[in-house]
Write a protein that binds this ligand. Structure first.
Ligand code: FES
Length: 488
């Protein structure tokens, strides 16, 4: 299912890597963060190349709701509590600067990408002290907030926090324009990064059977596929969320996000209203019918509307809610990472570009400390560390004993089953025409057992969020290989 953005913009068009290469900065991943990082580094005079396994912007950039805001759900009270006032302010200011940076770049290059300034609202329908505390926290950090008790949406609320002067745009129109003059190798899959000792270069990268020598490497591939060092797989999980695009719904001026457990996301784009929600941890088999849930909500809130678009997004969430932006590991100052943006990929991509381009240029970025991947805030992380470990343990232990079943005829059309077939554990999906597809449901990343996702017809990993279509093709990393396909 194509997103609204991908439906009206053709992405890609750059050639794959077809020779060995030497470059000053190699960026792995041409999503929003990689492209912005390349843009900023090129502005600073660096020789940069991007390596993208698919097409420019083909990952989560095409699936975002593209709100450019500092209103990142309930975060500032939490940050002050666990990181302290100074680091919380760094986070707030880095995101506010990101909004201004987008505006400046768009003006400078006259980019036609539906950029629009708008207020962003967090709303609740509960009497909740925490909500007032969040407002006080955001205010104390200098964010442009006010409390309001009425909003333009036809839903009931108790209170909302209004963040003034935020923005929204069309992410693919923006990234298409900004990447035009950058060196991007599309359909170029990086499979290994190795440190070397050479006078001029610190790394050799394997991509499309060619060698790339680079002085610096930036890993901006959504979820890092390099497990060691960094150990990001121990401190991040992935979450899925869903969006439908509605025609014939009244269009709000502002952007909205509900912070209660059933909260929804709203924004307009031209004549379409984007309604989002129904989020859950990747690989959670208990969460089904997410699109239907949104369709029912649309019927309830906007009875005359009709669904024109449906799509989903996948986000990396860190154990302490703050992205990892900076040095990939403590003992290597030439390799960088940008990941774990939560659901706030647009501003955090710009923050990543600012911090990493400053680190490489030797400029002291005032917001780098809060984002440092080497931080460890035990009180902020302990609950999520425990939950992630529990989910991983469940993922590894799944399907240890399976019913023996050699008869694939029991798999109904449009459904899947995990069963033993010819002595092997297999995931079987039968399409609507009756054709059966068999795959090994062991995740090629670190061996977790995959779960079936009936909404998307995909095999999803509950451990770190890799996803594969029913034919076994990789959709989302950190895995880099497809599933083993078995024949019936
Ligand atoms: Fe890590 Fe599947 S994504 S084991």
């Amino acid at each position: 299912m194509k997103s609204l953005w991908a439906s009206d913009v053709e992405i890609g068009g750059k050639n794959p890597l077809n020779d060995d290469l030497k470059v000053e900065v190699a960026i792995i991943g041409a999503g929003m963060s990689g492209v912005l990082c390349a843009y900023k580094l090129k502005e600073k005079g660096f020789d940069v190349a991007l390596f993208e396994a698919g097409k420019t912007g083909c990952g989560q950039t095409k699936n975002t709701t593209a709100k450019i805001t500092s209103s990142h759900n309930i975060i500032y009270d939490y940050l002050i509590k666990h990181f302290g006032q100074d680091l919380a302010r760094q986070y707030a200011m880095a995101n506010e600067k990101a909004i201004t940076d987008y505006e400046n770049i768009i003006k400078k290059h006259n980019i036609s990408c539906e950029f629009e300034k708008a207020d962003s609202y967090l709303y609740t329908n509960c009497e909740d002290n925490n909500f007032t505390k969040e407002f006080e926290a955001a205010k104390s950090l200098g964010l442009p907030v006010e409390l309001v008790y009425e909003i333009e949406l036809p839903i009931k609320i108790k209170t909302a926090i209004r963040y003034k002067n935020q923005a929204m745009f069309h992410p693919l129109k923006f990234i298409n324009h900004i990447s035009r003059d950058l060196t991007v190798y599309e359909n170029t899959k990086v499979t290994a990064v190795t440190e070397i000792s050479d006078e001029r270069y610190n790394f050799v990268i394997d991509a499309n059977n060619h060698k790339v020598l680079a002085k610096y490497v930036v890993v901006a591939s959504h979820y890092p596929f390099i497990n060691v060092p960094g150990y990001y797989f121990l401190r991040m999980h992935q979450e899925r969320s869903y969006v439908i695009g509605l025609k014939n719904a009244p269009l709000p001026e502002g952007m909205y996000l509900g912070v209660d457990s059933d909260g929804l996301s709203f924004r307009k784009s031209k004549n379409i209203l984007l309604l989002g929600g129904a989020g859950h941890r990747c690989g959670d088999e208990g969460k089904i019918d997410c699109y239907n849930y949104l369709k029912l909500k649309a019927k309830e809130i906007y009875p005359g509307s009709c669904v024109e678009y449906m799509w989903s997004a996948q986000d990396c969430v860190t154990v302490d809610k703050v992205p990892y932006i900076g040095y990939f590991s403590a003992d290597n100052k030439n390799m960088f990472v940008a990941t774990g943006f939560g659901k706030w990929g647009m501003t955090n991509s710009m923050v990543a570009a600012n911090i990493i381009s400053d680190l490489i240029s030797g400029i002291d970025n005032p917001c780098k400390e809060v984002y440092s991947p080497q931080r460890f805030k035990i009180t902020a992380s302990i609950k999520s560390l425990f939950e992630d470990a529990l989910e991983s343990a469940k993922g590894y232990g799944k399907n240890i004993t399976l019913p023996k079943n050699e008869d694939l005829g029991i798999v109904p059309k449009g459904r899947s089953m995990v069963l033993t077939y010819e002595g092997k554990k297999v995931g079987a999906y039968r399409d609507e025409d009756g054709k059966i597809y068999l795959v090994d449901t062991t995740c090629p990343h670190l061996g977790c057992q995959l779960s079936w996702n009936q909404d998307e017809l995909s095999w999803d990993c509950p451990c770190h969020g890799s996803r594969f279509d029913y034919k076994g093709n990789l959709i989302d990393n950190p895995a880099i290989n497809n599933l083993e396909v078995l024949s019936d």
